[in-house]
Design a protein around this ligand. Structure first.
Ligand code: KIV
Ligand code: ZN
Length: 388
C-alpha cells in the first residue's frame, strides 16, 4: 500500500497498555464508550485488548470490533499459537483487524525472561508472524525492550519479520530507558540497514520511566517512524506511555517538521476527562495540553503580558484542544492588571486611586486565602468603597 510520507498514524493503546494500570480496569460497556470517542477523535488504530489474558478482555475486543467502523481494531498476543488463535477469534467482527504479536529483543529479555538464545527467539518471531498472517493480513510485530536491544540484532529481527509478512514493525522502548538521540538513532539505523524496510511502517512505542516518552517518540518520527503509539493522558504501565495529545500538538505546533495526523484535537479535553473519570485516574494539574492548569496564568508578570497579547504566553489556543478557556488566576502573585481585568469582567470600572486601594486590600486577602473567587471580589470592592 502507498502511504503519504508525511502522514503519521496514531495507534491508541489506552484500552490495553493503559488499562493494565492497577485500579484502572474498565467494564466492556465503559471500553466501548471510550472506543467510540477514540473513533471520533480520529485515531487510526485502537488496541482493544489482550484477548488470551481473560474472558472479559476477549469479549471487549469482540464488542469493540462491532462498535467501531473506521479505525483498525488491534489485539495483542505473545508469539505463540494459542494467543494468536484467541486474537483471531476475538477480531472476527472487525472491519479492519490487526494482530499485534511479538517477543523480547534485548539480551536481557532473551536470557532472563525467555531463557533462550538470539537464534531461537528470531525463529519464534518469524513463526508467529507467519502463523498470524494465515488469518489476518495486517500484522504488527513488536520487538519488546528494543530500547535496550543490540541494534544489529534488532535490524536482523525486523528484516526477518518483514520478510515473514509484518506490515508494521513496533520498536518499543519498553522500559523508558533511551535518551531521545539514542532512540532516534535506532530508528535511523533500521531505516538505513533493513532490507525492504519501506514495505512496513515503523512504529514508536515509548514508556515514560525517565519522563522522556514524548521526546523519544518525536525523535523516532524525525528519523522515519510513521506510527506513534500512546494513550490518552499518558496513562500506562509504571510511569505511563507516550501521551497522544502531546505528540499530536507538538506536530501541529512545529509544522516545520512537515508531519501531520488525522486527529481532531478539539476532542482532547473532553476525552481526557472521560478517561480520567472512568479509570479513576486523576490528571495532574500541570499535565501538558489537558491538565487543569495547562492554560491558567497566575503570576503578575505573565498575566500582564498575556492581557497585552495572549501570544506572549500562549503557544496553543485552549479552544484548539477543546479546553473551556484560558484563565487568569488571582493569587497573591497577581498584579493590578489581572485584578482590573476581573473587576471589569464583573462590571466595575475603577479609577487609578480606587484600583490602588482595592489592590492593597486584595493582596492582604490573597496572602491568607488560596482561591480568590467572584464573591470575594464583590466584597472587596464594596468594603474598599465603604472604607473610603
Ligand atoms: O511496552 C511494550 O513493549 C509493550 C508491547 C507489548 C508492545 O507494551
Ligand atoms: Zn507498552
Amino acid at each position: 500500500m502507498l502511504h503519504d510520507p508525511n502522514r503519521v498514524y496514531v495507534f491508541d493503546t489506552t484500552l490495553r497498555d493503559g488499562e493494565q494500570v492497577p485500579g484502572c480496569q474498565l467494564t466492556t460497556p465503559e471500553k466501548i464508550e471510550i472506543a467510540k470517542e477514540l473513533e471520533a477523535l480520529g485515531v487510526d488504530i485502537i488496541e482493544a485488548g489482550f484477548p488470551i489474558s481473560s474472558p472479559g478482555d476477549f469479549q471487549s475486543v469482540v464488542e469493540i470490533s462491532k462498535a467501531v467502523k473506521n479505525p483498525t481494531v488491534c489485539a495483542l498476543t505473545r508469539a505463540n499459537k494459542g494467543d494468536i488463535d484467541a486474537a483471531v477469534e476475538s477480531l472476527q467482527y472487525a472491519k479492519h483487524p490487526r494482530i499485534h504479536t511479538g517477543i523480547g529483543s534485548s539480551d536481557m529479555h532473551i536470557k532472563h525472561k525467555f531463557n533462550s538464545t538470539r537464534e531461537e527467539i528470531l525463529e519464534r518471531a518469524v513463526e508467529a508472524v507467519k502463523y498470524a498472517k494465515k488469518s489476518v493480513e495486517d500484522i504488527e510485530f513488536y520487538a519488546e525492550d528494543a530500547g535496550r536491544a543490540d541494534v544489529a540484532y534488532l535490524a536482523q529481527m525486523v528484516e526477518a519479520v518483514i520478510a515473514a509478512g509484518a506490515t508494521v514493525v513496533n520498536i518499543p522502548d519498553t522500559n523508558g530507558y533511551c535518551l531521545p538521540d539514542q532512540y532516534g538513532n535506532k530508528i535511523k539505523y533500521l531505516k538505513e540497514h533493513v532490507k525492504n524496510i519501506d514495505k512496513a511502517i515503523i512504529s514508536v512505542h515509548c514508556h515514560n520511566d525517565l519522563g522522556l516518552a514524548t521526546a523519544n517518540s518525536i525523535a523516532g518520527l524525525q528519523n522515519g517512524a510513521r506510527q506513534i503509539e500512546g494513550t490518552i493522558n499518558g496513562i500506562g504501565e509504571r510511569a505511563g506511555n507516550t501521551s497522544i495529545e502531546e505528540v499530536v500538538m507538538i506536530l501541529k505546533t512545529h509544522q516545520n517538521l512537515g508531519l501531520y495526523t488525522n486527529i481532531n484535537a478539539r476532542n482532547f479535553y473532553e476525552l481526557s476527562h472521560m478517561v480520567s473519570t472512568q479509570m479513576r485516574m486523576p490528571v495532574q494539574p500541570n499535565k501538558a495540553i489537558v491538565g487543569a492548569n495547562a492554560f491558567a496564568h497566575s503570576s503578575g508578570i505573565h498575566q500582564d503580558g498575556f492581557l497585552k497579547n495572549r501570544e506572549n504566553y500562549e503557544i496553543i489556543k485552549p479552544e484548539d484542544v477543546g479546553f473551556p478557556n484560558a484563565t487568569i488566576v488571582l493569587t497573591a502573585r497577581s498584579g493590578r492588571h489581572a485584578l482590573k481585568f476581573h473587576l471589569e469582567r464583573l462590571g466595575f470600572t475603577l479609577d487609578k486611586a480606587e484600583l490602588d486601594d482595592t489592590y492593597k486590600n486584595f493582596l492582604t486577602l490573597a496572602d491568607n486565602k488560596l482561591d480568590i473567587n467572584d464573591a470575594d471580589l464583590l466584597l472587596l470592592v464594596n468594603s474598599t468603597k465603604t472604607a473610603n
